[in-house]
Design a binder for this molecule. Structure first.
Ligand code: URA
Length: 256
């Protein structure tokens, strides 16, 4: 069939979508929708919608309870990674290429908790490898830290949300037991929470502008919320405050 768009018009349309912020096609292969069987039931013959299913209340099917049991059974970081890989109740995994578990030195004094993988992290299976990750590395280097030596990094969610949308509360809720176990097994001295999503998961509250730079206590550890490096890339004027927070972290580490 001849396309309604010629090559130049199709290209201009694509460029316009990229200008608007589209970063990827939804599917790898084109779909000829004219060749698909017509699955739309005509209005006149459409059946009445089925009655809503009774809510499932059994604890054995509650994703959070299942996550808690799986996480508790993990005796090592390798076990935990395998348990998360086998956890099928979070739909985000369906759209992700890789489980993004962690990077850096397990057992390091500083553990950083980010939000969720983006496109680059999903491709590589490692957290914070894109532009925000490079920014994070520069921030750490400014106070003598690095993921090669003394920092361990993970995210609240191990799978990339579609189109980098914000994680939903139920996704955060069902993955938090794994995060808690991750922290317990990695045994850092301090936790750094990058941005609102990790504050939500660890402290149960948001408001990074108010929370940043002040030590809190959670998961039996001192916890420091900071601006997310991706936010600092968008708002360079805020780097001044991030620098103050890094100095605060440095002082805490030196004080032992
Ligand atoms: N942003 C995050 O919060 N985590 C990543 O791994 C990458 C970007």
């Amino acid at each position: 069939m001849e396309s309604a768009l010629d090559h130049e018009a199709a290209r201009a349309l694509l460029e316009w979508q990229v200008e608007l912020g589209a970063t990827e096609a939804i599917g790898d292969l084109p779909v000829d929708r004219y060749a698909l069987p017509d699955t739309v039931t005509p209005e006149r013959t459409r059946a009445a919608p089925p009655a809503p299913a009774a809510p499932v209340t059994s604890d054995s099917e509650d994703p959070v309870a299942i996550a808690r049991d799986l996480a508790a059974a993990a005796g090592s970081l390798a076990d935990l990674r395998a348990a998360m890989d086998g956890f099928t109740l979070c739909d985000l995994r369906k759209g992700a290429r890789n489980l993004v578990f962690a990077d850096g030195v397990a057992g390091a004094p500083v553990m950083i908790i980010g939000e969720a993988p983006g496109r680059d992290e999903d491709r590589e299976g490692r957290p914070f490898v894109g532009r925000a990750g490079q920014m994070l590395d520069r921030m750490l280097a400014a106070i003598g830290l690095s993921r090669a030596e003394n920092v361990y990094i993970t995210n609240v969610l191990p799978w990339r949300p579609p189109q980098n949308r914000d994680p939903k509360p139920d996704e955060i809720g069902m993955m938090t037991p794994f995060l808690e176990r991750h922290v317990a097994l990695a045994r850092p001295s301090v936790l750094i929470l990058m941005g609102n999503i990790s504050c939500q998961a660890v402290l149960g509250k948001r408001g990074i502008t108010r929370l940043r730079g002040g030590w809190a206590q959670a998961m039996d550890l001192p916890v420091l919320p900071m601006f997310h490096p991706a936010y600092l890339l968008r708002q360079p004027a805020m780097k001044r405050l991030a620098w103050a927070d890094l100095l605060e972290l440095n002082a805490k580490l030196r004080a032992g």
